[in-house]
Design a protein around this ligand. Structure first.
Ligand code: FES
Length: 576
């Protein structure tokens, strides 16, 4: 609503004279009847559909279901495209463009005659990108994620998209699989519409949207091809019209209490480390105080309840049939680990939404009394002279015997440098070596790609070694596993201590103690710092230049510094 109590869309469609005529007339070229301009809420449907983003390719059909619900409730739906970010194709990384999607969608929402928005996302960056945009505009908003693919099926076994890729590659390198078998397996992993069906970043962020209260219960888990996904989308269309009438905005839903819920839910589902960066960025748009340490402190009491790949056995389709996210949140609520009063898009508190949620399969969704993994095995935040701004490690994806480890560094300035020698039988490496892969942060790569969990050196794989400590300023796919210290801040390209490590230096990782230590004296580090020169810029123009000049470090969510905060939804002045 504007200050005089009318819908903001009325400033376009309710205007008289030439201005109103222009706004209405060109819309009527789409075949709408004049009644749609009678003052009803105009609902934008931001869709990240694209054939270049396979995880989101069905969102046009989801949008049709949303439209049904909007019409049903007396609103006027208008679908518009927002930048589609496909994780698998975009180079150097979809993360380079998350903030661009957020900026584009924010501006489109504000500049158009919209009273509320439905956000259609799926692949990893599309969910946080649209939530960041909605947070900054603060128009009533509901998210509908596109849902996971059906379980992958390969030779009689379930295989998880993403997670299986890492294992198949290792099997190929070690000679346990042929190239032909790998090509066959490609088709088995991704056999329906939808995003990755492990508890990777897409499933995690869909769950975060539900835990934050921004999407309807069960939205995160219905498979993409399940009729109930479309039913939920239609319901979301009805709900957004009500939210506009109630003026219930993202800033009233995504409160500190909601973020605390999301962090605890992330621990309970064994979610991706990428949630740390994305939640920090969303909170930054809203001015909600949230720090890296909150993720460690709030998650310490939360066991992992969900037995899903990459940490466990099952996949999102199984999670759905077992009861989905509401069954997990009910467990947390009954243990006092959910801020039950946090309001959601249903208009009710999240506790009320999940109070009666059933669980149908205790193999998939465990109880607090008998969890899948004990409390304290989630994402840990590390600090020390190697990561003064912090770093994270996903304990549940790590090898227990490596969580306390001392080894000598083997340093590479890029993943490419490492892979150029990783198959060399003469490479001076053993299972105690600490692989340091740097210049992979927001500025360094650029875009902070998911390259941190580099494959192990071939000579170790052939000896049966399946894990070793790796340290990187980049990210790791939520579908991946391994003892990998991620998001080291400040990154090497920003002059962080990671840039000063030399091959042969001793490094101590102590996850129980939450420390990451480079065993080099402060004097020696000061000398190395004085001799360090920053890398040449990646670009002299365009988005990449803007991004590299203004991106924040991982511990601040890697948003652009000038996008932190909100610009609201004030109606801009006339265009003609
Ligand atoms: Fe899109 Fe995994 S590649 S969700």
């Amino acid at each position: 609503m504007t200050a005089n109590g009318e819908l903001r869309s009325a400033q376009w469609f309710g205007a008289t004279g030439r201005t109103g005529m222009a706004h209405r007339s060109w819309m009527r070229s789409e075949g709408f009847t004049p009644e749609v301009f009678d003052g009803r809420p105009v609902i934008g449907i931001a869709t990240t559909w694209s054939e270049l983003a396979p995880c989101n390719v069905h969102l046009q059909r989801v949008a049709e279901s949303v439209k049904r619900g909007v019409w049903q409730e007396g609103g006027f739906p208008l679908e518009f495209p927002a930048m589609a970010l496909g994780e698998t194709l975009l180079r150097p990384t979809a993360m380079l463009y998350r903030n661009l999607l957020a900026m584009e969608a924010e501006e489109l929402m504000r500049a158009n005659p919209l009273d509320g928005v439905v956000l259609l996302s799926g692949c990893d960056k599309t969910t946080p990108g649209l939530l960041m945009a909605a947070a900054s505009v603060d128009l009533p908003a509901v998210m509908v994620t596109g849902g996971p693919m059906l379980n992958g099926k390969y030779r009689g076994t379930d295989v998880g998209s993403g997670t299986a890729v890492w294992r198949f590659e290792e099997d190929l390198v070690a000679g346990r699989m042929t190239q032909e078998e790998c090509v066959f397996a490609e088709g088995c992993m991704a056999r329906s519409n939808g995003h990755c069906m492990t508890m990777g970043t897409a499933s995690t962020m869909a769950s975060m949207a539900e835990a934050l209260g921004m999407q309807l219960p069960y939205s995160a888990t219905w498979p993409a091809v399940d009729a109930r996904r479309y039913e939920t989308a239609q319901r979301a269309g009805q709900v957004i019209v009500g939210l506009v009438r109630q003026e219930l905005r993202p800033s009233a839903i995504m409160t500190r209490a909601a973020f605390e819920n999301a962090i605890r839910v992330n621990a309970a589902i064994g979610g991706s480390t990428n949630a740390v960066i994305h939640l920090l960025a969303i909170a930054g748009r809203l001015g909600v105080p949230l720090s890296l340490d909150d993720f460690d402190v709030l998650a310490r009491d939360v066991p992992t309840l969900v037995n899903l790949q990459p940490n466990g056995q099952y996949l999102m389709e199984d999670f759905c049939y077992a009861g989905g996210l509401p069954a997990v949140m009910r467990e947390l609520a009954e243990s006092g680990l959910l801020n039950a009063g946090a309001i959601t898009v249903t208009g009710s508190g999240i506790g009320a939404n999940v109070a009666d949620a059933p669980c149908w399969n205790r193999e998939v969704i465990k109880t607090m009394a008998e969890p899948f993994q004990p409390a304290g095995t989630g994402t840990a935040v590390l600090r020390g002279n190697l990561a003064p701004g912090g770093a994270v490690i996903k304990q549940s994806a790590s090898s227990a015997h490596l969580l306390k480890h001392r080894g000598q560094a083997l340093v590479f300035d890029s993943p490419a440098d490492y892979y150029a020698v990783s198959n060399d039988p003469e490479l001076d490496v053993d299972e105690d070596t600490v692989l340091v892969i740097r210049y992979c942060g927001p500025r360094g790569y650029p875009g902070m790609p998911e390259v941190s969990n580099v494959a192990l050196p071939r000579k170790l794989l052939l000896r049966g070694v399946r894990d070793m400590v790796r340290i990187c300023d980049g990210r790791m796919s939520g579908t991946a596993y391994g003892t990998v210290v991620l998001h080291v801040a400040p990154e090497a390209a920003a002059g962080g201590p990671l840039a000063l490590v030399r091959t042969g230096d001793w490094i101590t990782l102590d996850v129980p103690d939450r420390t990451l230590t480079l065993e080099v004296s402060a004097e020696e580090l000061a000398e190395r710092q004085a001799a360090w020169t920053p890398p040449a810029p990646h670009a002299s123009r365009g988005w990449t230049r803007l991004y590299c000049e203004r991106v924040l470090q991982a511990d601040s969510g890697a948003d652009l510094d000038f996008l932190v905060g909100a610009s609201g939804h004030e109606v801009p002045r006339e265009s003609h």
